[in-house]
Design a protein around this ligand. Structure first.
Ligand SMILES: [Zn+2]
Length: 255
C-alpha cells in the first residue's frame, strides 16, 4: 500500500515537472510577451578585481543586450516592443560546479543535472520570476588569460557566462552573455567545433557578400568574424554581430 502511494507521489512530481517544463518552453518560444532575463553576478576566482567590477555593475550594465535583442527581433518580424527585459539580480556568493574537461555524454548529463540543482539551491528569489537565469562569472584578467568555456542549457533556460572583470572587456563580455542566453533559448552553435571557425553559410553574417572575405560582422552563434578562409576574429562589441536566419528560427522568431 505504502509502495503504491510512494509511486503515485513520484509519478505526480514527474508529471508536474514535465508539464511545468512544457509550459515554460511554450512561453519562451511564443514571443508574445516580454521575456524576463535576470543576470546574477558571481566572483568566480575570489579576486579583488572581480569584487570591484561586480560592485560597479548597475541596471544599465546590460541595457545594450536588451537594445540589441529588440533591434534584432524587429529585423526578424517580431513586432512587440521590448521582447526581452534584462535585469541585474543579486550577487551569488557560491560558484557553480565546474564543467568537466573533455567529458563523456554521461558526465555531461550528470554535470547538467548538478547545474540545475545548484541553480535551484543558490538562486535568491527576486520580485519577478525570471524566464531565463544567466549566471555571470567574473575573473580577474591579470590572473586568467583564457576564460573557461561558457554554457547555455536550453531545456533548463539557464546560461553560465565566463567573463572578464574589466570595463575594457565589457563589450565582448556582452557578446558572450548574449550567445549563452540564445543557447538558453534553444539556439545551437554555428561554428566548427574542431577549428572554431564559423560554418558557412549559417555562421556568416553576410553569406552572399562578394568577395566573401573579410566579413564586417559575426553571426552571434558562430561567435567570430570571418576575415579569411582560415582566420576569424572575436567581435569586440554586440554591434559587430547579428542574429542570422537559422538562429532566429531556432529561438522561434517567425520570419
Ligand atoms: Zn555556444
Amino acid at each position: 500500500m505504502f509502495k503504491r502511494i510512494r509511486i503515485a507521489i513520484l509519478l505526480f512530481i514527474l508529471v508536474s515537472v514535465a508539464i511545468g517544463t512544457w509550459q515554460a518552453n511554450k512561453r519562451v518560444h511564443a514571443w508574445k510577451s516580454t521575456l524576463y532575463v535576470t543576470v546574477y553576478p558571481i566572483n568566480a576566482d575570489g579576486s579583488q578585481a572581480a569584487a570591484k567590477f561586480i560592485a560597479s555593475l548597475d541596471a544599465s550594465s546590460f541595457a545594450p543586450v536588451e537594445e540589441y535583442l529588440e533591434q534584432q527581433a524587429h529585423e526578424h518580424g517580431i513586432t512587440q516592443p521590448q521582447p526581452v527585459r534584462v535585469s541585474l539580480g543579486p550577487v551569488i556568493s557560491y560558484v557553480p560546479p565546474p564543467r568537466p574537461i573533455r567529458p563523456s555524454i554521461f558526465e555531461v548529463m550528470r554535470w547538467s543535472l548538478s547545474i540545475r540543482y545548484w541553480a535551484w539551491l543558490r538562486t535568491p528569489a527576486t520580485g519577478i520570476r525570471p524566464d531565463i537565469r544567466m549566471y555571470a562569472l567574473f575573473y580577474d584578467p591579470a590572473q586568467t588569460q583564457v576564460a573557461p568555456d561558457s554554457t547555455g542549457l536550453a531545456k533548463a533556460h539557464i546560461g553560465l557566462a565566463n567573463l572578464f572583470a574589466t570595463q575594457s572587456m565589457q563589450g565582448s563580455n556582452l557578446v558572450v552573455l548574449t550567445h549563452e542566453m540564445l543557447h538558453a533559448l534553444g539556439a545551437t552553435d554555428h561554428y566548427d567545433l574542431g577549428t572554431g571557425l564559423p560554418v558557412f553559410p549559417d555562421g556568416y553574417a553576410a553569406p552572399n557578400q562578394s568577395p566573401l572575405y573579410p566579413q564586417a560582422q559575426a553571426e552571434i552563434m558562430a561567435g567570430r568574424i570571418p576575415v579569411s578562409e582560415t582566420q576569424a576574429d572575436i567581435p569586440p562589441r554586440l554591434k559587430d554581430t547579428l542574429i542570422g536566419p537559422l538562429t532566429a528560427r531556432e529561438i522561434g522568431w517567425p520570419r
